[in-house]
Design a protein around this ligand. Sequence first.
Ligand code: NAD
Length: 352
Amino acid sequence: MRILITGGAGFIGSAVIRHLIRETEHEVINLDALTYAGNLASVAEASNSARYRFIHVDIRDAAALERTFADSSPDAVMHLAAESHVDRSIAGPQAFVETNIDGTFNLLEASRRHWEALPAERRARFRFHHISTDEVYGSLGAEGLFTEDSPYQPNSPYSASKAASDHLVRAWHHTYGLPVVTSNCSNNYGPYQFPEKLIPLMILNAVDWKPLPVYGRGENVRDWLYVEDHARALRMILERGALGETYNVGGLNERNNLEVVQTVCGILDRLMPDPRSPREQLIRFVTDRPGHDQRYAIDATKIRRELGWEPHESFETGLEKTVQWYLDNPEWVESVRTGAYREWMERQYGVG
Ligand code: NAD
């Protein structure tokens, strides 16, 4: 298959590309606008392959998307390009509406026109895989899990924009027959994640003995999934998922934010012993995010039962691998710590 992957220079998209080039014979076209979150260094290992190509296109540009489909004629689309950071969506929601909603609309329209014009045999095999988040389901209390049938109750500008994109994808299937499959996943962590997100932010600050800002009392609960387990799930869904269906993907690794930060500190104290340890003393509780969802947790029974997917990493093994990766890759870290990023961190948390 020739797969057009949007957002392939980002955290999850780059893991999908590395997985597909390493483990399959598929051809990959990486379409990315290279925003602050996109970094081609994350796909350096794939770029030596004759089956990999990068194109610099913004999904807000409908004409450029039409040209891309005409030039590359993909057999499948995996749509990951998005504005993805909740805090940024609170500070500046417009980009989230433009990329996550308008951009998805442009991509659906370009995909539909391409699919309708394909010869019958290729048309029958074509699929559009939309990658989304469990945040569209809103917030849970202490009990219960999100299933594929949970009602949509997005609370942040980010999750609302992703919910809107999920609905557009669903409508393009029901109205135009576009062969789509959607997946909604819990919080990912792992190598190559931009250090504005909780885990890499805590790792890098704790390495430098900088304060570790934790929202509220650190009691918000998330289900954590190692990014390479997600990449394998996405490949299975693309290749074998039933059209028109949704699959929830999650790691059954619920932790509250304080536990996550304490675990990161413990791993670093062990890997980088220091007379100033323990690093937990760096934790600083900061004013909570407005409208902060209390708990997300995923019931991943459907993907386990129908596609035989299982996560390989426990939270502890995955987190140790992740910490080690950030210690081993200071050049990558430097390459994403631009002036613009430092300014954002300064404004958001008072730490650069
Ligand atoms: P990311 O922010 O790391 O990467 C997003 C990528 O999209 C970047 O390479 C960026 O350059 C690109 N992009 C942004 N706007 C674009 C535009 N207008 N045109 C083309 N490219 C553009 O995000 P991520 O964490 O890798 O998430 C990927 C997808 O998975 C997103 O759709 C997100 O909603 C979803 N998701 C993420 C998580 C998570 O924990 N990170 C969990 C579930 C679902």
